[in-house]
Ligand binder design. Structure first.
Ligand SMILES: [Zn+2]
Length: 311
């Protein structure tokens, strides 16, 4: 080969190497596997079954923690690859991963999507080990997950997997290659509307009024799920022009806002316990969490340390 040809080849190689390096760097930034620095800030890891569950349940408080410099990771235990009425499989999984990465950039959190098929999650030993490793790698102070009573099998098994990781994260000879945590973290549940065998009974409730617009912005980027309606959507939801689109966006935002208003209204007396009666009356949007008995049991002062929003 002539030297001119060689330099062309090396140029192409350089471009390919630079492009791959860029992809790797972007991947690391979006999907952080290693623990954040030991800087004395809080370390929170939240689990959801699908790429949008964490953002819906804890997106507001995640933004509040992140704004104060605390480290928040949102994990989707499945890749969401059947969560649409028109598309499915690998391309949908990639689309949804990009959506939660965009949402996390808005919230200030880190995100990871595990490559389990949507609708097929099982509480296996392999999955339990994966959850144990994630909690240990993040060196979590606080772990949040759904309750095990829920309409969706993936939500139920995400709950079981996280419950099964509580305590085990401190046991050295399970997953011995990932150092165990010295202390069992505090484990908490999101709130929900299921009544049997027992309704959700949150221990702490946080006003997200100051970050509601940011949360709505983060949810808005998950167009496959909300604008297009996800697994139960249909062609009729798809906006045909700019006017229909802005109407649909407004409809989705008010639906999401109503959900957090319903939490504030339903647990208004708990808001009073945390904010005092007068301030509690004016809270419009809230997220609420219940202590899981299998983690460390925090008292009120530790809850205030984990949720430093009540100064
Ligand atoms: Zn879900």
């Amino acid at each position: 080969m002539k030297s001119g040809a060689w330099s062309k080849v090396s140029l192409i190689c350089l471009v390919v190497i630079a492009a791959s390096a860029l992809i790797v760097v972007r991947g690391v930034a979006a999907q952080q596997r290693t623990a954040p620095p030991d800087d004395g800030r809080l370390r929170i890891i939240a689990f959801g079954a699908h790429p949008d569950d964490c953002e819906l349940q804890v997106g507001g408080v995640a933004a509040m923690w992140a704004a104060r410099g605390h480290h928040v990771k949102l994990v989707s235990v499945t890749n969401g690859d059947i969560g649409h009425w028109r598309e499915a499989g690998g391309p949908l999984a990639l689309r949804r991963k990009a959506e939660v990465e965009a949402a996390s950039r808005i919230l200030g959190s880190t995100v990871e999507v595990l490559d389990n098929h949507d609708g097929e999650l099982m509480p296996t030993l392999e999955n339990r080990r994966a959850i144990i490793r994630l909690i240990r790698e993040w060196k979590a102070d606080l772990v949040i997950a759904p309750r095990p009573n829920d309409y969706h099998p993936d939500h139920r098994y995400t709950a079981i997997l996280v419950q099964d990781a509580a305590y085990m994260v401190t046991v050295p000879f399970i997953c011995p290659e990932t150092p165990p945590l010295k202390n069992n973290p505090v484990f908490m549940y999101y709130t929900d509307r299921f009544q049997k065998p027992n309704p959700s009974a949150p221990d702490i409730i946080v006003s997200i009024d100051g970050v509601m617009e940011k949360k709505l912005d983060a949810l808005a980027v998950m167009e496959s799920q909300f604008l297009e309606g996800g697994a139960n959507g249909h062609e009729g939801l798809m906006p045909k022009n700019a006017e229909e689109r802005s109407r649909r966006v407004a409809e989705v935002r008010s639906g999401h806002a109503a959900r957090n208003t319903a939490i504030a209204d339903r647990f208004r007396s708990l808001l009073g316990e945390w904010y005092g009666a007068e301030r509690a009356r004016s809270v419009r949007y809230a997220e609420a969490f219940e202590i899981c008995e299998y983690g460390r049991r925090p008292d009120r002062s530790e809850l205030k340390r984990l949720f430093p929003f009540f100064e």
